[in-house]
Design a protein around this ligand. Structure first.
Ligand code: BDR
Ligand code: CA
Length: 309
């Protein structure tokens, strides 16, 4: 399966990328960086740090949009630290960024590859994907599927009471993506808050005894302090790796094909994913909205795969 990962690393983005790199079923055509958890300069740098950690400097990294379509950028250093990848002490990257803009790379790749052969994995705000769909509407029918981490239903919000971070940061972009008519899988907080790195699960990463295992353990050590303090939860939710895991083992997850629309106007609920979970309306179904995960199965898969790097 060919994929492009659009990302704003982010410790959990890093783990999602590593899981893809560790999996022979997946061919990563490129990483496209977007502004989100931290500004673009840092997400584009962090993407390369992760590739160098995995010794996969053959995969190109493209910088994309440095701000949301219509709004000022909101970042999340309070969760991810100043660098976005606080925790492990990883060297600055020596591999270069590509000259091509991420949006051009997305459009060119989707036009070059056979229709229906490339899946887009979105781990951050949806600005790059929305720009590509707006610039080149013909790519919509060439995308196999968009699999994204974002939104919430029962779990509601993590950046405002009503909204999840990725959708909140660029709701106008999310609106474009959710209306694009592309097959869509959504991994919302309802799932990711069930994929918690307990200390036993983190010990299993560390026990791999590899640079990747250690780095992942140190990333989640850092990342979880926020959720432990804020929600009193038993470890950090590994949001973005749910995207990669869904590609590899969709049977670990349960969900429903429903209508999901994005609130773009209200100051109070901006970025809310209005998910018609109970199919109350007859609005068209536009997303597989995932609600459950076999967390033990998810961590078994993740740990085994990371051990291959
Ligand atoms: C999402 O926001 C970011 O902070 C994480 O990397 C994840 O993509 C969770 O709401
Ligand atoms: Ca992310």
């Amino acid at each position: 399966m060919k994929i492009i990962i659009d990302t704003d690393p982010g410790q959990d983005d890093a783990v999602a990328i590593l899981l893809a790199l560790a999996s022979p079923e997946i061919e990563v055509l490129g990483l496209t960086a977007v502004a989100g958890n931290v500004p673009l300069e840092l997400t584009a740098k962090n993407a390369r740090i992760v590739l160098e950690l995995a010794r996969r400097t053959d995969i190109p990294v493209f910088a994309g949009c440095d701000r949301p379509l219509l709004r000022p950028l909101v970042t999340a250093e309070h969760v991810h630290g100043r660098t976005g990848l606080d925790g492990p002490d990883l060297p600055d990257p020596s591999m270069a960024l590509q000259d091509t803009h991420a949006v051009d790379f997305l459009v060119e790749t989707l036009r070059r590859e056979p229709p229906g052969s490339v899946t887009l994995c979105a781990l951050g705000p949806l600005t790059n994907l929305a720009m590509a769909l707006r610039r080149a509407p013909d790519i919509a029918e060439r995308i196999a599927r968009i699999v994204l981490m974002g939104g919430a239903y029962f779990e509601v919000g993590n950046i405002t009471p009503a909204a999840e971070f990725n959708i909140y940061v660029d709701p106008d972009a999310a609106d474009i993506v959710f209306r694009a008519g592309v097959p869509l899988t959504v991994l919302p907080l309802d799932v990711t808050h069930k994929a918690l790195v307990t200390s036993a699960r983190n010990d299993a990463f560390r026990a791999l005894g590899t640079p990747v295992g250690r780095a992942v353990a140190e990333m989640t050590d850092f990342f979880e302090r926020f959720d432990k303090e804020k929600y009193g939860s038993d470890g950090a939710p590994l949001h973005d790796p749910c995207v990669t895991a869904w590609l590899l083992a969709p049977d670990l997850f349960t969900g429903r094909e429903i209508n999901v629309e994005i609130e773009t106007r209200s100051d109070l609920t901006r970025g809310m994913t209005v998910a018609d979970w109970w199919r109350i309306t007859d609005r068209p179904r536009n997303a597989l909205f995932v609600g459950g995960v076999d967390a033990d199965g998810f961590f078994a898969l993740l740990t085994e795969r990371l051990g291959r790097l």
